[in-house]
Write a protein that binds this ligand. Sequence first.
Ligand SMILES: NC(=O)c1ccc[n+]([C@@H]2O[C@H](COP(=O)([O-])OP(=O)(O)OC[C@H]3O[C@@H](n4cnc5c(N)ncnc54)[C@H](OP(=O)(O)O)[C@@H]3O)[C@@H](O)[C@H]2O)c1
Length: 327
Amino acid sequence: MKLGIIGSGNIVSEFLSFVENIKNIELVAIYGREKSIDKLYDIKNNSKIKKIYTEYNQLLLDDDIDTIYVALPNNLHFDFAEKGLLSGKNVILEKPFVQTMAEFKALQKIAQEKNLHLYEAISNQYSPNFKKITQWINEIGDIRLVSLNYSQLSSRYAKFKTGNVLPAFNFKTGGGALQDLNVYNLHLLTGLFGNPRKVNYTYNFVENVDTSGILTLEYPNFISNAIAGKDVFSIKNGVNFIEGDKGYISIDRPTNDISVISLHTENGIDTVRLPEQHRMFYEFETFANKIEINDLNFMNKMLEHSQMVMEILTTVKKQIQNDYPEK
Ligand SMILES: NC(=O)c1ccc[n+]([C@@H]2O[C@H](COP(=O)([O-])OP(=O)(O)OC[C@H]3O[C@@H](n4cnc5c(N)ncnc54)[C@H](OP(=O)(O)O)[C@@H]3O)[C@@H](O)[C@H]2O)c1
């Protein structure tokens, strides 16, 4: 995969901390705004990135690049991804994918028409522990309760409290606890159990945004809740349980990570702890491999999964907009 990185924020720093461990990713270029040129040079000088672009269209003309990784604020995902696909590039798009179903459908259509890869960068779907959980689910009997909680005091919360609202706390531009954090719980739940038959959201709404909230999702034979807070000092390890009448599975890390999981039954406790590796390693390793062998069936399967999450997010966002029509 010959990669162009779009953006130079926090998640790009994290990405660069492990990407050299993936053998078939070549870092061709990074794009950022002219005003951030010093930061772009710093990043280039400390990585194997070869080129800098401050004009997005110029990067898209670069034939050395076959794939772009869009790591920009949520409200910019669609435009940058659409331009990327129209220029013939595969696109890896940060979570949450896009803002509306119309945007989702538009990107899906272009990708499928042009036989391009389009992925949502969502770590838990690609972790080896995701597969392990699906196997363990057969050992815990009838599932009755699932509860997931990914809460993390946002590094931007102090500024938010003083009135400085950064994109992560701007509901209109795709911020808030639902889209920023609860999206991981949603991916995990729907990846394991498919579409719920009913969804409801209760939430703390402060200064036009859901700073924390609880999703209740009903499945035919069990109920689940998915909690996320950007405004709470929360424990670092996960507090996530899938409970059945013969045992339960605990996910002992936040749901964006799932690197430690345990099966608890009358036979004892079985724990899987993945080797030390950045939580995003597995997704990018998979993207690079699937692009290399051009496995479009796999890509379409993952796109269907993202669609399920997008549909739930869209429904819940409508609920918020109905609750606060004046905002
Ligand atoms: N997968 C994960 O674990 C994970 C974790 C955190 C975030 N994310 C996702 O990653 C994305 C980025 O988050 P982040 O935390 O990295 O954000 P961030 O630190 O605020 O960085 C945002 C980047 O976007 C650039 N940018 C902002 N407005 C722009 C514009 N109009 N045109 C071009 N570039 C623009 C900024 O450039 P300047 O430097 O010029 O301002 C900066 O490089 C979000 O979608 C977020 O949901 C994913």
